[in-house]
Write a protein that binds this ligand. Structure first.
Ligand SMILES: Nc1ncnc2c1ncn2[C@@H]1O[C@H](COP(=O)(O)OP(=O)(O)O)[C@@H](O)[C@H]1O
Ligand SMILES: [Mg+2]
Length: 238
């Protein structure tokens, strides 16, 4: 059994339609996996099923041998399954530091809050400079940094990031992924990135799955997918 398993999951929003149509993938303790694919393919829907916001219709989601797919969202977070959501995730009227502090609800997070905050401020110095300012005053890229910082503060056992590039300039995206690489080396936990931009995701991850219309259409080592004409085509076909 793998550390994290997404087993033949089917899920959707309305009775008439399955958005996720039997997807399977897994992560080992040291995995960095990317789910890539064009907009509308179902990537965020997968993330919602993992966080427990969207119930699954069949299949199972397992983490460390325990079934996640019958747990509630707060119970899933309590196990250290921590997401950086595609949108939101920060509280604009609270200060940056308050945003970080309220993410320490897990017992394990409270115990490590000092070191974790130091790590966040080291990775994202601008958050330290602006610690007392309202999160609403940050730029889009800085808000994404804060959202990642909040996930670090939650002391993840597995970290999931949903399209962190969304709405950001290419240079900002490149910097974010560079820092993320740094972060993950220090965290030493498995990471699942979901990403529209194939190149940045595959440069970060070891292994990728291409998602198209709620199915995995291609899987492979990142270096192979980056070279693969089939991957590019399946992507464009999205
Ligand atoms: N809350 C929702 N209600 C109904 N349909 C939705 C909802 N969210 C997403 N969808 C639909 O599910 C499909 C997959 O969306 P999504 O998972 O957000 O894709 P991605 O993250 O890959 O862009 C799309 O067709 C989208 O319109
Ligand atoms: Mg999405």
């Amino acid at each position: 059994m793998s550390y994290f398993e997404y087993n033949d999951v089917v899920a959707g929003y309305t009775k008439e339609m399955d958005i996720i149509q039997g997807i399977s993938f897994s992560l080992e303790k040291n995995s960095r996996i990317a789910l890539i694919g064009a907009n509308g393919g179902g990537k965020s829907t997968i993330m919602k099923t993992i966080s427990g916001i969207l119930p699954i219709r069949s299949g199972s989601i397992m983490f460390q041998g325990e079934k996640l797919s019958t747990l509630r969202p707060h119970e899933i977070v309590a196990r250290g399954v921590i997401q950086v959501p595609e949108e939101g995730g920060t509280f604009p009227s609270l200060s940056i530091e308050e945003n970080l502090d309220i993410s320490c609800s897990r017992k394990e997070a409270k115990e490590h809050s000092r070191q974790n905050k130091e790590l966040v401020f080291e990775l994202f110095p601008v958050l330290k400079e602006k610690a007392r300012q309202a999160a609403g005053s940050l730029s889009g890229g800085q808000r994404k940094m804060l959202s990642i910082g909040k996930a670090i503060m939650a002391q993840p056992e597995i970290l999931l990031l949903d399209d962190i590039s969304m709405g950001l300039a290419p240079k900002v995206v490149e910097d974010l992924y560079h820092t993320l690489k740094n972060l993950v080396d220090q965290l030493d936990k498995p990471v699942l990135v979901v990403e529209q931009i194939m190149e940045v995701a595959l440069q970060f991850a070891d292994y990728g799955h291409v998602i198209q219309q709620g199915r995995i259409v291609l899987s492979g080592k990142s270096e192979d997918l980056l070279e693969s004409e089939e991957a590019r085509q399946s992507y464009i076909g999205g």
